[in-house]
Design a protein around this ligand. Structure first.
Ligand SMILES: Nc1ncnc2c1ncn2[C@@H]1O[C@H](COP(=O)(O)OP(=O)(O)OP(=O)(O)O)[C@@H](O)[C@H]1O
Ligand SMILES: [Mg+2]
Length: 388
């Protein structure tokens, strides 16, 4: 009865004593064994049947055992081979072994423990190779799944970044509407005045003022559209950080109706970074918005938010520091977690810093927070400066 689980050993030797020796040695060891005298038969057999281990004499009548070994390896590289050789042919066997790793037994075969050990080792080696292959396949499968998950995560992430931005616009909208409404009222008043004005010189002056007011509105709308742009459609480019930071700060000041005197921006001239402008703007907006909110809710006599930026070695270091209420040591660990917020329902989504973290790490940067309760908080961002 054939049992495919049994290890199959093929012994090829033209000496009956040797075949008999192997038969006796292994008959109780639970292997399936085949004995053949001729190399040609062995080659035919190997092409038809699965064999785990070939034990072949180097000097068969019709061919070299090494030829049999080569066929065995060609048919199935996982087949192990042991060559039986006399000391005189050892060099040839060793040379052949270099081509493919297999073992040898030296004639006369006296040490039965050694023979058994070599057979066991050869089969164990095969098991190990099989196990390695299985693990490798398993790993590859895992790697493939991970890659797919990573792709999916990237996709979800860019959607998340975009949604946070849009939600942010919602909370910024009230302030922005307010900001737009004052030049708009100016325009309205001036336009009505022009309708009643006979003095063309005066009408012209009103018209010029209308142009100025309109430019203010245009700037606000433009900032907002940079901010709301989907990063997906932007390619990273070298951006002027001074401008991006100033735009971001202006957006927060405008939307939160903050006293501009609270905020100081101090950036090294010419500071730049390779990134998508809207993502860096979103980062600064989120950090400055948090800082302003912390200062508003805090009790410091001198409310202050400082945004600084400088080159340090090969890094661009941006800091947003405030004199707000600070973060407790227990909560400092959580601030980057999605949906962690200490703000009232409807006030904060708890996504701001999570998004900041995502964006910063995406560019190979790091973010660090230092905070002392009732004194203030500093967020430090480090980006690789990149070439140029
Ligand atoms: N500068 C800061 N000073 C004190 N606490 C801060 C500061 N920045 C963040 N935090 C704390 O971290 C929490 C998470 O901030 P995050 O920006 O992620 O969300 P949020 O500000 O609560 O909500 P959203 O950003 O959607 O308005 C805040 O609720 C606040 O408790
Ligand atoms: Mg926030």
């Amino acid at each position: 009865m054939e049992n495919s689980e049994l290890k199959h050993i093929l012994v090829v030797d033209d000496e009956d004593v040797i075949l008999e020796l192997f038969r006796t040695l292994f008959h109780e060891d639970g292997y399936r064994m085949t004995f053949l005298r001729e190399g040609r038969d062995a080659v035919d057999f190997l092409r038809r049947s699965h064999v785990d281990l070939v034990i072949a004499d180097k000097n068969l009548q019709d061919m070299s055992g090494i030829e049999v070994a080569k066929v065995a390896k060609k048919v199935d590289p996982l087949t192990e081979v042991i060559i039986i050789t006399a000391f005189a042919s050892l060099d040839t066997v060793l040379a052949a072994m270099e081509l493919d790793v297999y073992d040898y037994m030296l004639k006369p075969l006296r040490n039965i423990f050694d023979i058994k050990k070599k057979v066991r080792q050869a089969l164990a080696k095969q098991d190990m190779t099989l196990e390695n292959q299985r693990l490798l396949r398993h790993l590859q499968e895992h790697a493939r799944k991970l890659e797919a998950a990573l792709e999916e995560r990237k996709r979800v992430e860019s959607e998340l970044i975009q949604s946070e931005k849009l939600a942010g616009i919602g909370t910024l909208a009230a302030g922005i509407a307010h900001e737009i409404s004052s030049p708009l009222f100016g325009i309205l008043g001036l336009a009505e005045a022009i309708l009643d004005e006979d003095d063309t010189e005066l009408a012209r002056r009103y018209a010029r003022e209308i142009v100025d007011y309109s430019k203010q509105i245009k700037d606000i709308v433009q900032e907002l559209s940079v901010y709301s742009r989907t990063a997906k459609h932007e390619t990273p480019s070298r951006i002027d950080l001074v401008r991006v930071v100033e735009d971001a700060v202006r957006m927060v000041v405008r939307s939160k109706k903050t006293d501009p005197a609270w905020i100081r921006v101090d950036l090294e001239a010419g500071l730049s970074l390779v990134a998508r402008p809207s993502e860096i703007q979103q980062t600064i907006v989120n950090l400055v918005k948090n800082a302003v909110e912390a200062v508003e809710a805090g009790s410091q006599s001198e409310p202050l938010v400082r945004v600084t930026g400088r080159h340090e070695n090969d890094e661009v270091v941006l800091q947003v520091a405030d004199t707000g209420h600070g973060i407790s040591p227990q909560q400092v660990e959580q601030v980057f977690d999605p949906f962690f917020t200490t703000k009232d329902v409807g006030k904060g989504t708890g996504l701001g810093l999570h998004i900041v973290y995502r964006i910063v790490t995406k560019y190979g940067g790091t973010i660090h927070v230092d905070s002392v309760e009732q004194q203030g908080t500093t967020f430090t961002l480090r980006f690789p400066a990149g070439d140029g």
